[in-house]
Design a protein around this ligand. Structure first.
Ligand code: ZN
Length: 673
């Protein structure tokens, strides 16, 4: 699971202040996107062997990029390759509006890893014409056109044009509309030729309610109907995506020579084994070894991990994150972990749903070195894995806060005018200026290290009982846990927050985001789809409604503008605790109806008038609601025997430059898989 960054908060200063900082955080802006870059502080202090390990892991992270494109939609690779070929061979006027619109679309396809928006999952609508596209593709060397075998360029254009231009073809990547066939109507490539009922029946048959340690059914395969039979096509060496997975495995294999200790070596070896067998039992073995590897400085995620892209929450998208521990900042999360049992015991949920013994909540602050697959270029700011419920129960989970990313967001947001426009008064602005950054990081720490790992299912509860509502409800649980405990005197007692009112910075920002400013990411007329956004909306709307009588929180008009006003932070905390207890009950009992009502009533709908107002106010600020990151470039220096003697890192690659380089160097899959 992961924590995604909120909308531009733009009003806190980092603890270290930005002075003397001439690092160029902003790479470029296009459409409604801003591309940033992040620093990798401390890389130069790593040992040569650690740098070499990171180098090979970054290569493995890049090598799987094409897998995600194909998972998101089976047309993504041919579309991307066609657009790139046009982009690189274009001979016409680059200042023409048509070309600029074309270029913008290509940049959006890269940003979203395909033709659908990464967050809303709606299809992107190009602003250049179909005629321009046809003309440009026809002018290409036919060898550069990713047509199917035996297909002419003309036939290829006829087949692919509706995929790009017709809004009713493949309109949504992961449809979550209650009552529709979520599988058949989703454009993702996780299922082919099967209905939701067939997919559910297929997996229900596999599940044994008495199995206390079930594998994550369906995690690493496509479910397809072949000759009338429903079969799993497993993503592994020798299976689907084999050419890409073989490359990933080769880089992991090279990394083995530089591992820091036997535990880390076993982690990588077991991952390689799993990539070879595709056996989900091997995946669990790997996940357990990974969660126990706590001594290594360098760490990574590499594989089929998060299931946000599957409306049934079973199939996992490929991603990678390479990182190393930030020792100084980790003291903070270690303190939280050391007190995990105290937090669990004092949580406001029913005792039946509490963990008697919180196991191995390990948390650290990391410095990100590389993003790949589904974390690139839009990255989470916190990650908690593994996702398997029983592994979390029996072995704990590993949780990270990615501080060099929050730092980059914060630095790039200075002076944007956002806080002046949306925050009620100087009182809240000062709170956020003084404590916003530290409170944000603590929220992420608590969400990841404690929130996701807290609580337990009642015996016999199906972990998938909440179906499509499982993801937003799980995010609610983790956010509520974090919000509830941030305000506890324990956090100041432990020195996690400097003052008793510092948590109010997070409370205010959270509500402002959930009730208003995250709407800047929603198109007019649309509802809220993404799990983290549904979570924030549901918590905020619920608190607003339940606190109405006591005027705990209000939406107040001033000069025709709406603001969030929090009148009573303590009562707000009480409501947070109540909601946490209810969400935990829903999860522990697998109460689908209550979970569905919670999300549908509070987390999905948008007030159209308020929405319009927020969009108008936001537009005047000229800010990008979506932000992503260009990776640093790592270069290995070898001696005559082929050993790595050093790895250098540079931060000067452009956005299109990096995307085109990745498409060439990590061109690991055929266009049709
Ligand atoms: Zn989360």
């Amino acid at each position: 699971m992961m924590v995604a960054a909120g909308v531009f908060t733009a009003c806190s200063t980092t603890q270290k202040e930005q002075k003397n900082d001439d690092f160029n955080y902003v790479v470029e802006n296009f459409a409604d996107v801003q591309m940033l870059r992040y620093k990798v502080p401390g890389f130069e202090n790593l040992s040569t062997s650690q740098k070499a390990l990171i180098y090979h892991l970054t290569e493995a992270a890049a090598a799987g990029r094409d897998i995600l494109y194909d998972q998101n939609c089976k047309w993504n690779l041919p579309v991307r390759r066609t657009l790139e070929a046009v982009y690189e061979n274009y001979k016409g006027d680059k200042n023409s509006q048509e070309y600029k619109n074309f270029e913008e679309y290509l940049k959006l396809v890269w940003f979203n890893n395909g033709i659908h928006h990464y967050n809303s999952t709606d299809k992107l609508q190009p602003k250049f014409s179909e005629a321009f596209f046809a003309e440009q593709v026809s002018a290409l060397d036919p060898a550069a056109v990713p047509a199917k075998a035996g297909q002419s360029v003309t036939e290829f254009i006829a087949e692919i044009s509706p995929v790009i231009f017709n809004p009713s073809v493949l309109p949504v990547r992961a449809n979550q509309k209650d009552g529709e066939d979520l599988v058949a109507t989703s454009a993702n490539n996780y299922y082919e030729g099967v209905t939701q009922a067939e997919a559910e029946a297929f997996y229900n048959k596999m599940k044994d309610p008495k199995d206390n340690t079930p594998v994550s059914y369906g995690l690493n395969s496509k479910l397809a109907k072949v000759d009338g039979q429903i079969v799993e096509q497993v993503w592994k060496v020798g299976g689907l995506y084999s050419p890409a997975i073989e490359k990933v495995v080769a880089h992991l294999d090279s990394a083995l020579a530089y591992t820091e200790n036997p535990q880390q070596k076993a982690v990588i070896e077991t991952l390689i084994k799993y990539y070879n067998t595709g056996d989900l039992k091997d995946f669990d073995e790997y996940a357990i070894l990974w969660v126990k590897d706590l001594d290594s400085k360098v760490d990574f995620v590499n594989g089929f991990t998060e299931n946000y892209g599957d409306p049934l929450g079973m199939k996992a998208s490929w991603e990678s994150v390479v990182n190393f521990k930030n020792e100084e900042a980790t003291k903070r999360t270690e303190l939280i972990s050391a007190n995990a049992q105290w937090f669990e015991n004092h949580s406001p949920v029913d005792n039946r749903f509490k963990k008697e013994e919180v196991k191995g909540v390990s948390a650290k602050v990391i410095t990100l070195a590389m993003l790949g697959g589904d974390t690139y270029p839009t990255t989470p700011i916190g990650i908690n894995l593994p996702n398997s419920n029983w592994i979390r129960r029996d072995h704990g989970s590993k949780s990270v806060t990615i501080e060099n990313i929050t730092e980059a967001y914060d630095a790039a947001s200075q002076g944007s005018g956002f806080g002046e426009e949306f925050i009620w008064s100087d009182k809240e602005r000062d709170l956020i200026k003084n404590y916003g950054f530290i409170a944000d990081n603590l929220h992420t720490d608590l969400h990841e290290c404690l929130g996701h790992g807290s609580g337990k299912l009642l015996p016999g509860t199906d972990p998938d009982a909440l179906k499509a509502y499982g993801s937003p409800l799980e995010e609610m649980r983790a956010d509520l846990y974090a919000l509830y405990f941030m305000a506890d005197p324990k956090t100041t007692e432990l020195g996690l927050l400097p003052t008793a009112d510092a948590y109010q910075a997070e409370y205010y920002k959270y509500l402002m985001n959930g009730l208003m400013t995250q709407l800047t990411r929603i198109q007019p007329g649309k509802t809220i789809e993404q799990a983290h956004m549904r979570c924030r909306a549901a918590i905020s709307q619920w608190v607003l409604e339940k606190g109405k009588e006591d005027q705990v929180v209000e939406l107040v008009q001033r000069d025709g503008k709406t603001f969030v006003v929090v009148n009573d932070y303590e009562k707000m905390r009480g409501l947070i605790g109540q909601l946490l207890a209810e969400i935990q009950r829903i999860k522990s009992e697998g109460d689908y109806e209550a979970g569905k009502n919670m999300i549908e009533n509070y987390g999905v709908k948008v007030n159209p008038e308020l929405h319009k107002e927020i969009l108008d106010r936001y537009a005047k600020l000229n800010l990008a609601p979506w932000r992503g990151f260009v990776n640093p470039t790592y270069t290995a220096i070898y001696d005559a025997n082929g050993n790595i003697t050093d790895v250098t890192v540079s931060f000067n690659e452009g956005y299109a430059e990096q995307m085109l380089r990745y498409s060439k160097e990590y061109n690991s899959l055929p266009s049709y898989n």
